[in-house]
Design a protein around this ligand. Sequence first.
Ligand code: ASN
Length: 331
Amino acid sequence: MSNRGKVALVLAGGQIGMKYNPQTNSCQPTVTAEEMLSWLPQELAGKIFVVDWSRQPSSHYTIRMTSDLVQILSKTVVDGADGIVVACGSDTLEEMAYLTDLYWAYPQPVIFTAATLPSDSRGSDASINLYQSVLASFSRECWGMGVLACLQDQLFAASEMTETASQRRNSFSAPDRGPVAQFIGDRVDILRQKRRAQVLEEKGSPARDVELLFASLGSNDKMVEFLASDEKRELDGLVIAGFGSGNVPPSWIPHIKKLVKDDIPVVITSRCPQGHTRGMPYTFEGNMARLLEIGVFDGGGLRPLQARLRLAVALGAGLSRQELQAYLLEE
Ligand SMILES: NC(=O)C[C@H](N)C(=O)O
């Protein structure tokens, strides 16, 4: 049967598909696809087809699995779907949605959603988040906006939002930017258009082993030394979340130099939630400008989690050094 004019509901695990079991005092992924569809008005549910992809907690997913998911989503729109809702876990929604956005070249909207509370808890956000996601995925106004996240009456651009709280129903936000749309009753009210970064669609699979290292007060060089001396050569790239505008402890420098010499791309970003590598002209050891002289890539205003995914995508696409640097700085 044709899926033309329909929306795909892709089940990708997380709390939104869970119920609380008081006997075992645990949340279990026992919500069936039919049950989820029953949260929606019948006429909407009738225009949805379900893709039961995976029922795992989102902390079990990987970059490679998310790129497999992107393939499934692409096939779904090529086969005629008008939009897609991905119901997943909140823990890695931010990264799964961002990675999907880096690859998503179709105009059809992809809406990621999740729930903070299991669907059978009082005040659960599961059914309202699903309902509003479905409305957004059917909305022509969301075409061309790339990947969005729908949570608590708002739509956020995948490239702007972040999980700012772990246990609130309003745990996602887009600091300094705000949502791109909101719901007024059942109507999607577009607030602004967001320019999207270059899409590297179908240009190879993302690199598997890109690590992220967080600088912290007085942290010694053990971790970076370990990564730099990886004999098996499994590391594809490294992102460093540096202090302030991208500075690191001086003891890290010899190891970073070794990584660069061994042709492992290293990207420096700021660990500040609203940070950027643009900073004052320092000359002290380990500062951002000195790192660039060594051959480290500039992560600009990307959050460390975003830089890691961009690096994985760029390495998979085989970008040159120059192209990679431009891609990391593209807003
Ligand atoms: N609220 C959630 O979905 C959290 C859950 N642990 C997850 O799979 O991400």
